[in-house]
Design a protein around this ligand. Structure first.
Ligand code: ATP
Length: 379
């Protein structure tokens, strides 16, 4: 099964369960993948009709037709393999302020999401700005393994969205039309592509809004729409989840996943965040930075492996120590209201849970963080 066939099967399943908002997003992705104006027009005709026919019994039938037509075109299109597009070797950046980042070693592949995590001031922004070429490394090298004509072309393909973005004038729609016209879309394609991208990012209702009228979460989505129109190889995004509620965070991460993993136009996404668990669920690689030093979870073989759980309970530390000693508790640390218990690696989550039940320890929260970068945070 090709990656396209897998994705098609996923969308067909969503359609079976009548999850229309998700199906429509994925259909827009496929439509953009065709790079064919006829498909753009067909999907937009459906979107315009759907605006006033959400409840119509014809929705499903129309979506099935759209999907079948897209399948015919995309079934014979060449699938792009995921390749290393940036290779970072021994990168170091030293500021006069004495902060030093690195050495960083990292391969970034198309189609993948890399999460950069770490507490405030640990070098996440410095690394993103180095990768996009805004900062010159003190030593080490960043190899860009894709074709580009000159530095301008390189910067077009490396798109960086900072934490705080600039204000803009006019409506969101006009701004996106302008961006599309600057980045090589034909005049007859311009509005069609803008319509598709705007809808894909959940901005359809807000197209006539100006900068002041948009909430910070929607401003971030606008920046994303603007950057996607540039057809980047890599998107570097600083704290995209910062102003979003938990549901919106999950939606945005899901969108990133699908946008990155296009069978025909895969891009890499590197994002920094404090939302550790959300990022870990979505990323192919997680890089943890502590005072500028890199720790990769998958490659972290230096330390001895332990079974580690994070939990919350009203029980006292002395009682917990006594009860959990029965399954070889090695340490019990308190981090705010949360407890972190470390055991030998032989202990499993089911053994831990059985002990909670047999020892009558009531917990209000529990998470196995053995394979999470969370354990770097709590050290
Ligand atoms: N241009 C600069 N000159 C000197 N020091 C700097 C400069 N930019 C950042 N720093 C320092 O480098 C360190 C790392 O900053 P950076 O912004 O990369 O961290 P961060 O992990 O992105 O933090 P946050 O999560 O707060 O955005 C900080 O101590 C910061 O003060």
């Amino acid at each position: 099964m090709t990656i396209f066939e897998q994705q098609l099967a996923e969308v067909q399943e969503l359609l079976q369960f009548e999850n229309y908002p998700q199906v429509i997003k994925r259909i827009i992705d496929f439509t953009l993948d065709t790079e064919d104006i006829l498909h753009y027009k067909e999907t937009i005709a459906f979107l315009n009709w759907y605006d006033s026919n959400h409840e119509s019994p014809e929705v499903k039938e129309k979506l099935v037709d759209l999907l079948n037509n897209l399948k015919l075109t995309l079934g014979s299109k060449e699938i792009k393999p995921h390749q290393t597009i940036i290779s970072i070797n021994e990168l170091k950046k030293v500021y006069n302020s004495n902060f030093s980042l690195g050495p960083i070693n990292l391969d970034i592949k198309s189609g993948e999401i890399i999460g950069l995590v770490g507490e405030n001031g640990n070098g996440k922004t410095t690394l993103l700005r180095s990768i996009c070429g805004e900062l010159h490394p003190t030593s080490g090298k960043i190899n860009y393994k894709f074709d580009y004509d000159d530095l301008y072309d390189l910067r077009t393909k490396l798109v960086y969205i900072p934490q705080r973005t600039d204000t803009w004038r006019g409506s969101m729609y006009e701004n996106l039309e302008f961006t599309a016209s600057c980045y090589g879309y034909k005049p007859e394609e311009n509005n069609l592509v803008v319509d598709l991208v705007i809808t894909r990012l959940g901005l359809r209702k807000f197209r006539s809004y100006n900068w002041k009228g948009l909430s910070s979460g929607y401003k971030m989505r606008f920046e994303l729409a603007r950057m996607l129109l540039r057809k980047p190889k890599i998107l570097l995004i600083d704290e995209p989840l910062a102003n979003l509620d938990i549901l919106a965070q999950q939606t945005v991460l899901d969108d990133f996943r699908n946008i990155a993993n296009s069978p025909f136009r895969p891009i890499a996404i590197v994002l920094s965040s404090q939302q550790l668990y959300e990022v870990e669920k979505t990323s192919n690689q997680v890089v943890f930075l502590k005072q500028g030093v890199q720790r990769n979870l998958v490659e972290d073989t230096i330390e001895e492996k332990h079974f580690i759980v994070e939990f919350e309970t009203a029980e006292t530390i002395s009682v917990l120590n006594e009860k959990l000693n029965k399954i070889g508790l090695l340490s019990l640390e308190q981090n705010g209201g949360t407890l972190i218990a470390t055991f030998p690696i032989e202990i499993s989550i089911s053994m831990f849970m059985k002990t909670l039940i047999s020892e009558q320890i009531e917990v209000t929260y529990l998470r196995n963080i053995t394979n999470s970068t969370r354990r770097f945070f709590v050290k």
